[in-house]
Ligand binder design. Structure first.
Ligand SMILES: [Zn+2]
Length: 638
């Protein structure tokens, strides 16, 4: 009797987890029906009303694919990888009406079904791209990250990138409450971070998600200097260590004191040896890492100027090191994939060197300096790539300039690739409605294939949910299913989140978005800007009117709606302060801007715990101070 979710391969823990998830949700959707989960081939004596079998059917294709067939009491959810089955299970629940609207169980809509007849479904899907994931940035707790990992496959993602060897800095910013004087700092040690990382990785592996790791930090680590954050540190360097650092302006030392941002003297064989050994040793002791990122320093125009280094462009030196790493990995029979980075100096393609074993490598295009006011532009003539000038480069700003570098690189490398982009790393704070940035994301993702890229990893805060999590929702759903349109995704999201008055909210937040400039907030263009000032004046009126609307005053019984409206109410308060602050700044009224920013900062710091998963207080303060330009006005902040 009842419903059984079964899986034959009892050793596949992802299938076991997927069956457990299916069982848990269906129990909530059909509370009067007995629902059970069964692994292995043993069967009970009585036939169930429904049996749905989960199975992996490998087809040699890397891209996730699943098929759902359920009719007349029998069903099968099959996928080409274990994670594809899990994604298929969540998609099945989506077809039954579930909506996964954000990280955490409180943001899920799980409807009651009229009868078990609704279980009949038929659908198959192949992911739009192979690489679909997020990378940890900002400030977050262990729970924030675990909730996000849990959310990922529910909306189609397959990857999580844990930045650095340990994500210490991102956790420390939260636990030590950097930037928020209202909260008492809590302890976080490197050992605790290592234990937390183990838990995060275990939750990922349970879901068969792909793990990407590290990125920056190798330059310090390879000469024996720990590099887990962007902080300046004083170290006693031996003569040998100092000689390995890049010579910039006649001096070999840490760039502005920060190991993470310091390059090495890559022409020296001992540097190539130390760097490559450091990477390969890490790969050896971390077989759980599927994609290992190997990047240089996180700053530009600090490349070694010694006589030997001057003979080669930085990218040739980089490719040489990558080839050495590849040979060592092959010797040690490690099949870890290496992700290399097109960023800063490395946007310029190599002149002499070539990756000898392209299958080992994945190209990652990181257009960090791009504009977010418009999406990737394709077609038409691309501008020429400028000649590389040592330590005097200027990063490309508009999207077509960025595209020109990618195109130039693609003439040298045709292997696997993805974009690493920053919609939710900084740009989103400039869009108070989150509709614009979600639309840009959707349009960008639609174009990746034509750009010769096989996916998108989002460098982002996990707590990017004020006013809501539409951007990550659109990102995941669109990466998986290219047929989804932005309007469809936005409508289904708003409907599920806000209930009967969803159109009003969508109209308001769309209007607010249309008055915002991601680029202005991110320090692109003059700080005094009459158009921005006029838009912020309209935005203030719009927010005030919405805050005073009848819909806002209504009591919501449905707990999911009640939570989204609670957050929306808070968003109105936050947006009002920010609209005032940005408006004054753009008008050139520096004193008023400083005062408004202080009110904004106080508000979000005081309320951080009440809205912890929705807004990264550390990060929005940091961006508004260091990029938008409020620091110079008031000099406040912890
Ligand atoms: Zn050098």
């Amino acid at each position: 009797m009842g419903i059984i979710f079964s899986y034959e391969d009892a050793d596949d823990r992802t299938l076991a987890f997927a069956a457990g998830e299916a069982g848990d949700y269906i129990r909530r959707m059909l509370p009067d029906t007995e629902v059970s989960v069964q692994g292995g081939t043993k069967r009970g004596d009585t036939a169930p009303d429904w049996e749905i079998v989960l199975a992996v059917e490998p087809d040699g294709e890397p891209k996730d694919h699943f098929e759902i067939h359920a009719a007349d009491g029998k069903g099968r959810i099959a996928g080409n990888h274990s994670r594809s089955v899990l994604i298929g299970v969540y998609h099945y629940l989506y077809l039954l009406g579930c909506r996964f609207l954000g990280p955490g169980k409180g943001l899920e809509r799980v409807p009651r079904l009229g009868s078990a007849d609704a279980l009949a479904q038929d659908c198959s899907h192949t992911a739009g791209y192979y690489h679909r994931g997020v990378c940890i940035e900002g400030a977050e707790s262990l729970e924030n990250i675990l909730d996000f990992v849990d959310w990922l496959p529910k909306i189609g993602y397959n990857t999580c990138f844990i930045q650095f060897q340990l994500p210490y800095t991102f956790l420390a910013r939260w636990y030590q409450h950097e930037g928020n004087a209202h909260l008492e700092p809590e302890e976080l040690t490197v050992e605790m971070t290592a234990a937390y990382t183990k838990r995060i990785v275990a939750e990922m592996k349970k879901r068969d998600l792909l793990l990407q790791q590290v990125g920056h930090g190798w330059t310090g680590e390879s000469i024996g200097i720990p590099s887990m954050d962007w902080k300046a540190a004083s170290y006693e360097l031996s003569g040998r260590q100092r000689a390995m650092l890049a010579e910039v302006g006649g001096v070999r030392g840490f760039y502005h004191g920060i190991p993470m941002n310091t390059n090495l003297c890559y022409s020296k064989p001992e540097v190539v040896e130390a760097f490559s050994e450091c990477v390969v040793r890490y790969a050896q002791v971390h077989p759980e890492v599927d994609y290992l990122h190997v990047w240089l320093a996180d700053e530009c125009n600090n490349i070694c100027e010694c006589e030997e280094c001057r003979k080669a462009v930085p990218t040739d030196q980089y490719v040489h090191i990558l080839n050495v790493i590849d040979r060592k990995l092959t010797e040690r029979e490690l099949d870890t994939k290496i992700v290399f980075l097109l960023y800063q100096e490395l946007l310029w393609p190599p002149k002499k060197e070539k990756l000898e074993n392209p299958d080992r490598f994945v190209l990652m295009f990181a257009p960090i300096s791009r504009s977010f006011n418009s999406s990737y532009q394709l077609g038409g003539e691309l501008p020429a790539v400028e000649e590389y000038r040592r330590n005097r480069i200027q990063l490309p700003v508009n999207v077509s300039q960025n595209m020109a570098y990618l195109k130039a690189w693609q003439e040298h490398f045709t292997g696997d690739s993805f974009v690493y982009d920053y919609h939710l790393g900084r740009a989103h704070y400039g869009d108070f409605g989150y509709v614009h940035i979600s639309r840009i994301l959707c349009e960008d993702i639609a174009q990746l294939g034509r750009m010769g890229l096989n996916g998108h990893i989002s460098c982002q805060e996990m707590r990017a949910g004020l006013p809501n999590f539409l951007p990550n929702y659109v990102m995941g759903r669109k990466l998986f299913d290219l047929d989804c349109t932005f309007e469809e995704l936005a409508e289904e999201y708003y409907q599920a989140a806000y209930g009967e008055d969803w159109k009003e909210v969508y109209t308001y937040l769309s209007g607010l978005s249309s008055l915002c400039s991601c680029d202005y907030f991110n320090n692109k263009g003059s700080r005094t800007d009459a158009a921005v000032a006029a838009d912020m004046k309209k935005a203030r009126e719009m927010t005030a009117a919405f805050a005073a609307s009848e819909s806002m005053a209504k009591e919501r019984k449905d707990p999911v709606c009640a939570e989204f409206w609670r957050v929306l109410k808070y968003h109105c308060r936050v947006a009002a302060e920010l609209e005032a602050a940005v408006g004054y700044l753009a008008e050139g009224k520096t004193e008023e801007a400083a005062q408004a920013w202080n009110r904004f900062s106080e508000l979000i710091c005081e309320n951080e715990l009440s809205f912890q998963p929705y807004l990264d207080v550390y990060r929005i303060r940091e961006v508004s101070l260091n990029f938008t330009g409020f620091r110079r006005l008031c000099g406040c902040g912890k």
